[in-house]
Design a protein around this ligand. Sequence first.
Ligand code: ADP
Ligand code: MG
Length: 321
Amino acid sequence: MADLSEFSLIKQYFSELTAQRDDVLLGIGDDCALLACPADQSIAVSIDTLVECVHFFADVCPKTLGHKSLAVGLSDLAAMGAKPAWFTLALSLPKVDSAWLKQFSIGLAELAAKHNIQLVGGDTTRGPLTISIQVHGIVDPKTAFKRSGAQEGDLIYVTGTVGDAGLALQSKLQPERYTEISETDLQYLIQRLEQPTPRVEIGQKLLGLASAAIDISDGLAADLGHILEQSGVGASIDLTKLPLSKSLSELPRTEASKLALSSGDDYELCFTVPQQYQQQLEKTLADQCTLIGSIESKNGLRLLDNGKKISLEEGGYDHFG
Ligand code: ADP
Ligand code: MG
């Protein structure tokens, strides 16, 4: 958008959106931002793009969209144990809609303030509504969690509850199937889908305890699968231990397990912890995480039902086979 309105738009909505950090030597307004990284630390970088009608419904509230656009990046930082520092924003807009921009920027600013992350640059173009955010965090490369760090015997945990965003999506796509869910519960589920909570503080508390971590964007089975593959190990998880919110626990069990295992967008963390840190971990995180299984040397993911092995087919999960 190489017209005047691009500059006034940036100035009006984005130039002073977030608080100033001391490590931003030069922020929005030049060709590049200049950032100072502490010695011996690394910059953790990740980018995510949200496209209208692919990643969000066209009628989604712009404020919640602002929140989610940043939340997904913060969740990646959390999964590395990185501390949020800076982000850039590439916006493609079909038109300049002041009311939309105002709400979008508020959603973005509120979450940014919570995590002390500063907007330091971006790009604004005309086109189909698309939001790309690149986040930058600071982490000690020696303690950052890698997907390759899990070892036989490690315990597997997840934060929060899983499957909520998936159920919210299903209930939007097929409302007639979920008439039993109360209005209050539905509101909660929709909030889980549209305004996920990135587990940044938990990621920080896991430093020195977790051997591997990932954030759940594609579904627990798939994302844990990435840890297993990159660590060259396997795992068993017990379906009866999966942490479920009220609405999921009221569904038929097979459907609840399926959502908990295979639906994405929850942005909880799944992480592994060597057994010697179990006590410390459970003291540190108390009720913020749930033990769901353990890492084994034999490759693949095995499902248990109260300790008893069930086949993937039996549970209806043959698509993970
Ligand atoms: P250039 O043409 O040199 O890439 P632009 O004219 O695109 O610069 O942008 C001017 C300044 O505004 C730059 O510092 C850029 O990082 C910033 N900027 C552009 N769009 C956004 C945006 N959506 N959010 C934040 N900063 C932006
Ligand atoms: Mg530009």
